[in-house]
Design a protein around this ligand. Sequence first.
Ligand SMILES: [Zn+2]
Length: 164
Amino acid sequence: MCGAGTAPVTGFLPCADNRPPQPRDNRVMQQIHTTAALQSLAQQGSPATGAPARCSCRLSHFAGWDSITDERWPGAQMEQIASLRSPDAQEPTFAEYHPQGTRYDSPNAPIALAYFPTNRAGVWRCHDCGLQVLRYTEFGGYYIDHRVRVLDAALVQQAPDPAG
Ligand SMILES: [Zn+2]
């Protein structure tokens, strides 16, 4: 029993729901719509060198959409802070963006918002070192495969619309 109307005014009991929200609860996951927003978010993370290189998340060397098992994913210290998948788009394109001849798993491939697989990824941040990574899940016939790539601001590029 708690709240107004269930107890005399003098004996008002606070409801569990009336507690002030904790800072973590106030954060809303961002939806990233533009390259500029992604660029700005990328700049808020730590570079993969320095503290992240020694952090227990061990994600700083995931530079090229590397596969990661559930066991290795440091879920306890990671928080998803943004989604890059447009909620109103239909199936995002599988087209990739490699104007300089890079490949899907090249560490220096551009990060282009509208192209595969960035267009299906979320941005996750390590609480301990501030490293931000892109992560998406590939669903195969008999498997699911999580892929991770450090969100490096220097690789975020404005790219032409894949549909046009
Ligand atoms: Zn870390």
